[in-house]
Design a protein around this ligand. Sequence first.
Ligand code: PLP
Length: 406
Amino acid sequence: MSVTATPIELEDVHGAHNYHPLPVTVSHGEGAWVWDDEGHRYLDFLAAYSALNFGHRHPDLVRAAHEQLDRLTLTSRAFHHDLLGPFCAELAELAGKEMVLPMNSGAEAVETALKVARRWGYEVKGVPDEQATVVVMDGNFHGRTISIISFSGDPVAHDHYGPYTPGFRVVGYGDAAALESAIDETTVAVLVEPVQGEAGVVLPPEGYLAEVRRICTEHRVLMVADEVQSGLGRTGETFACDLEGVVPDVYVLGKALGGGIVPLSAVVADGDVLGVLDPGSHGSTFGGNALAVAVGREVIRLLATGEPQQRARDLEPVLRDGLAPLLGHGLVGLRVRGLWAGLDLDPALGTGRDLCEALVGRGVLVKDTHGSTIRVSPPLTIDRADLEWGLEQVRGAVGDLVAAAG
Ligand code: PLP
């Protein structure tokens, strides 16, 4: 490949094709805006699937990272470092729990929670060895490891990766009766996204999370809430479970925890659950590294002020009102929670990809999830005027598709 090849051409030839990005090469970002390598400006309406809840290069987060880069980045867990204890204490306090286990990616944190739940099942609940089951939801997205994709219903994520990990039972999302009947004496956990982000911001029926909580308590099963995408301010609450006043046994966190700067994830629970792990039973070389938790502590500090959550609540009506006129006029479905929306384009008008490409032309970056569904999740720090401008572009792009369909 010639040295004058563009970054996209090089990626196409030398990078594995496990993504299908929009044809934009971002080289700079600030707040809710990014610039491509030719200087064109785009409004970031995806925010790295909520990993950029605080926007690109938030000054407090960048400062924390710079200061830490000049001091210490990694020790491994073979030694203590001076930030891990404070980070765990502060995140535990934010979540109202006792203990934290830091990892790196969201999928690793989900795997960690599943391992903890199985251990808890064998050592505390008394499930016979090798028998543990976990109930999961149809339409789930929890990451890409072999165990996790073993219970994915998405053929693209699942197929040709077998043999698959056993021990999972899938029930309909939002169906509390099906959940209850799937639980038996072998069940150690229910793994649920309080809002299914990747599925297209799918909201459970009102009262469902409270029912999951009740069922888990009655059957002595751990309620594991995967808040990797829904948590840390996106829905207008610190955790989406807070919307129903529900406290799970285990929170799984990721994405925004690393401030869009470093990968940082965590499992957060009380000592009677996380305490089942002993030295050597689980770990990660980079988990809880000094650079990541320095940024994570600053993220926790921002969330502890309540301001990002308040901003999502304040902007929710702007987002809803900006999109609602499209229902029945290009959109066949619309779901909004906090600063987070799932839009179902009428498939007769085109695919989600068509809409995303049209929006690139209008200076707005979003991404389709499945078929004709796209997700809007701007940084929570976005200016109201910028949000309104972006929504105007969405209305314009959908309007163009309606007009083209005649
Ligand atoms: N869990 C949920 C709910 C997610 O939305 C995602 C990613 O989108 C993950 C887990 C996996 O996170 P990661 O891509 O960091 O492994």
